[in-house]
Design a protein around this ligand. Structure first.
Ligand code: ATP
Ligand code: MG
Length: 483
């Protein structure tokens, strides 16, 4: 399986000027720092050209070493995963094997090569519904890090017909980073389908108006996908057999990408299979989803099932923004953190914090919507391969991003909606960046003052899950929570 990717010009972020102004003291990844061949089959970009062969070899060596390390982590983790997969209370539980899910042989090969042994609960439950004849629609909820991506990717790859050279499966994700990540999973799982091709409908991937896309699968973000379907007419929506909305709640929420997603959905044919996945569905969004998706099968979690026991949640009382930073340093001083994601409410705080942490000697990546897409791709890739151990970000990375080594998530500011109310869904997605597929994870909330304490208390009440106090001046206590 091969992928078509941007060749030359990459679009600029909306407010690039602001980006260069606010980058401040710490080192921002240069575009050329991005490792090569991030995408299978992706042509070399022009900005990579000034790298020497030596450097290129070194990049490749580093990548291949890290891939090996990641694989070996997977193997070390297998025991724990197997235990969880036999515990009926775990979201990783399954009674079936992948063979019993009747996947095509090429897909089974892809699944095993990635290193999966058994399906998770969502994969086991959703796949039979998605592969039924005639195809059925599905709205599915499953906790963060439980393998939703593989579930819908396997469904798409099962339905695709390589003999036809047009788009048959369309998957939309809310952010650029997530679309790229999901594309990678499609490429890996579809590795043994040599004739199936994938195109990325993301900002910066310039397409020629004159020719329809021949790739059978398209993964993209809503704006570009809509352009490809309407303005550029590169995709014929009537020919799409499977339509997937990942992070579906934000894709159809009024505050999210509703307009674009629903416009795309309305263009599809009656027989098109519609699959909606997310870890969260607020009630009103759930009801809306049931109205717009014809006769859906439903997989829904009870509220108390939404949080994961393998992610321990704490809060730290602080006096000010500076004090939050000191507490953060204390946490870093006390425990070994493989990798961490730190969420801030605004770009300004994220920039400031990145500067402070860099001064302390941390290798920090900063990712917010103000960067160019090229910079964003470079930062996330460097974090994924472990070149930076800390990723400071805004809500842009709250959903879907899958980095196994993230052992700690820090909410430097509590998640709130645009009116300042607690954003329960974003909280769950943010903390779900750790504790992936049964791993242990730690979520620490920095609280400065009455208002943020109230927000956290409301979140605690919403999920009915205790968030315990942590005294960061007490090193022993911090060590205890991490052990
Ligand atoms: N059956 C499986 N066996 C082992 N590992 C798996 C299996 N399914 C998925 N994984 C791994 O679990 C991790 C999390 O999967 P994924 O990103 O699909 O989670 P998700 O449910 O989409 O979470 P989120 O709600 O955060 O988007 C990935 O690294 C993936 O490779
Ligand atoms: Mg996901």
């Amino acid at each position: 399986m091969t992928a078509a990717m941007a060749t030359d010009s990459w679009a600029l972020a909306v407010d690039e000027q602001e980006a260069s102004k606010s980058i401040g003291k710490f080192r921002l990844m240069e575009a050329g720092d991005a490792p090569k061949s991030r995408f299978n089959g992706g042509p070399k970009r022009s900005d990579d050209c000034d790298k020497s062969d030596e450097e290129e070899k070194e990049d490749k060596a580093v990548q291949s070493l890290l891939n090996k390390l990641i694989r070996s982590n997977l193997v070390n983790n297998t025991n724990q995963v197997e235990v969880l997969q036999r515990d009926p209370n775990s979201p990783l539980y399954s009674v079936k094997t992948f063979e019993e899910l009747r996947l095509k042989p090429q897909l089974l090969k892809g699944v095993y090569e990635i290193g999966f042994n058994r399906p998770s609960k969502i994969q086991e439950n959703a796949l039979p519904m998605m592969l039924a004849e005639p195809p059925q629609n599905l709205i599915a909820q499953s906790q963060s890090g439980t393998g939703k991506t593989a579930a819908f990717v396997l469904a798409m790859l099962s339905q695709v017909d390589s003999a036809f050279k047009w788009v048959q499966c369309l998957c939309i994700a809310p952010t650029y980073e997530l679309a790229l990540q999901t594309g990678k999973v499609i490429e890996q799982m579809g590795k043994f389908y040599s004739d199936v091709k994938l195109a990325y409908a993301v900002r910066g991937h310039r397409m020629d108006r004159s020719c329809k896309i021949k790739e059978q699968i398209v993964i993209g973000t809503p704006g570009t996908v809509l352009d490809w379907c309407t303005k550029l007419k590169l995709i014929d929506p009537k020919k799409i057999k499977v339509f997937v909305l990942d992070e579906a709640d934000v894709m159809i929420a009024t505050q999210g990408h509703q307009d674009q997603s629903i416009r795309i959905q309305r263009m599809l044919s009656k027989g098109c299979q519609m699959l909606l996945f997310s870890a969260t569905f607020e009630d009103s969004v759930w009801n809306f989803a049931k109205r717009v998706i014809p006769d859906p099968n439903i997989i829904k979690l009870r509220r108390e099932e939404e949080t994961l026991d393998n992610i321990k949640q704490y809060y730290v009382l602080c006096k000010s923004e500076e004090d939050k930073f000191d507490s953060l340093c204390n946490v870093y001083g006390a425990i070994t953190i493989a990798q961490a994601m730190i969420f801030c409410r605004t770009r300004k705080t994220a920039n400031w914090l990145a500067g402070q942490m860099s001064e302390e000697g941390h290798q920090v990546g900063l990712l917010s919507g103000e960067l160019t897409v090229e910079q964003r791709a470079a930062v996330i890739q460097r974090f994924k391969v472990g070149k930076e151990k800390v990723l400071i970000t805004t809500n842009v990375c709250a959903r879907g991003i899958d980095v196994e080594q993230v052992s700690v998530v820090i909410n430097f500011d509590p998640p709130v909606d645009k009116d300042g109310y607690p954003d329960n869904e974003t909280y769950l997605h943010r903390i779900g960046r750790t504790g992936r597929f049964g791993k242990r994870g730690l979520a620490i909330n920095m609280v400065d003052g009455q208002k943020s304490m109230e927000i956290l208390r409301k979140i605690e009440k919403h999920f009915n899950k205790k968030i315990l106090r942590l005294d960061t001046d007490d090193l022993d206590e911090i060590e205890k929570i991490a052990s």
